[in-house]
Design a protein around this ligand. Structure first.
Ligand SMILES: Nc1ncnc2c1ncn2[C@@H]1O[C@H](COP(=O)(O)OP(=O)(O)OP(=O)(O)O)[C@@H](O)[C@H]1O
Length: 271
């Protein structure tokens, strides 16, 4: 069936694809990945498939190895012998960290342009500027192009960091507690802004993997939740979230939401 533009705008198409993700192509796969820092084992035989078009959250006890898992996916770390990390061919990957890590002496747009003009996949200055302007529009900060980080709120700075990652047109976005440093109000606002960006036909983004400490955030945002065990971490459970595909404010009232939150709480107690 042909997808209409309005369906896409409503975010239905991407989300529906996610709900049948088991039939979709794999975006990132980890097979039998163990990893140690010196003689400290951090990951223990982690196998995980992340599908195109899905939103996956990673939960687990502090220090269990969630960031390490993202760094494996990003190819910044290699697993021990016998482990394998594969990114589907031609898929580009972006990363957003807990803190926005902006250069204080550069304006909002200069912070986004800079990484586009260095490294392997380099754009011309004009292309980089156009992409950065587009990304600022996506996150609603087009009127703050020439502001410096100290002139922006914490939430706005994190939006710049998201825009910086999106400007490079990633298909897969890895996020390490992206909203952990924000107040509850800003955090909830950005949760839904991120979902709308993920659904939007104006971005190349199809897959998000997000580390979070918040059970509630993971349930409201994800299609599946990966619960990690304590270090050396393995996959304790993978929990599908039975909420309607298009997430909206107020779904926290639904029984499916409470059921999933309670199930995760019980699991956390037994870890
Ligand atoms: N570069 C490194 N060298 C040595 N040890 C490291 C390094 N990076 C992480 N570790 C250790 O690996 C373990 C897992 O760290 P990681 O940051 O992946 O955990 P996490 O689950 O993301 O933690 P948190 O939830 O607290 O952010 C920790 O014990 C940490 O001290």
């Amino acid at each position: 069936m042909q997808t209409t533009v309005s369906e896409l705008r409503n975010g239905v198409a991407k989300q529906e694809q996610a709900s049948v993700s088991s039939m979709n192509e794999i975006a990132v796969t980890l097979k039998n990945c163990s990893l140690s820092f010196g003689d400290v084992p951090v990951l223990n035989n982690v196998s995980l498939d992340i599908y195109n078009n899905e939103f996956v959250s990673i939960l687990g006890p502090s220090g269990c190895g969630k960031s390490t898992l993202l760094r494996l996916m990003l190819n910044l770390l290699r697993p021990n012998a016998g482990g394998e990390v594969k990114l589907a061919k031609d898929l580009s990957i972006g990363m957003v960290f807990q803190k926005p890590v902006l250069m204080p002496w550069l304006t909002a747009i200069q912070n986004i342009v800079l990484p586009l003009t260095i490294g392997e996949k380099r754009f011309s200055k004009k292309e980089a500027r156009d992409k950065a302007e587009g990304a600022l529009r996506l996150v609603g900060l087009q009127d703050f192009t020439n502001h410096f980080p100290h002139q922006l709120s914490g939430g706005m700075q994190q939006r710049i960091a998201i825009a910086r990652a999106l400007a490079a047109d990633p298909a897969v976005l890895l996020m390490d507690e992206p909203f952990g440093a924000l107040d509850e109000f800003t955090r909830e606002k950005l949760n839904f802004e991120l979902l709308r960006l993920w659904e939007s036909p104006d971005t190349s983004l199809s897959t998000v993997v997000m580390v979070t400490h918040s059970i509630q955030e993971s349930v409201i945002m994800s299609n599946r939740i990966v619960m990690m065990s304590p270090r050396p971490a393995g996959v304790d459970a993978i929990i599908p979230v039975p909420l309607p595909a298009h997430r909206e404010v107020g779904m926290e009232e639904l029984p499916e939401y409470h059921h999933t939150v309670n199930e995760l709480r019980k699991r956390v107690k037994h870890l």
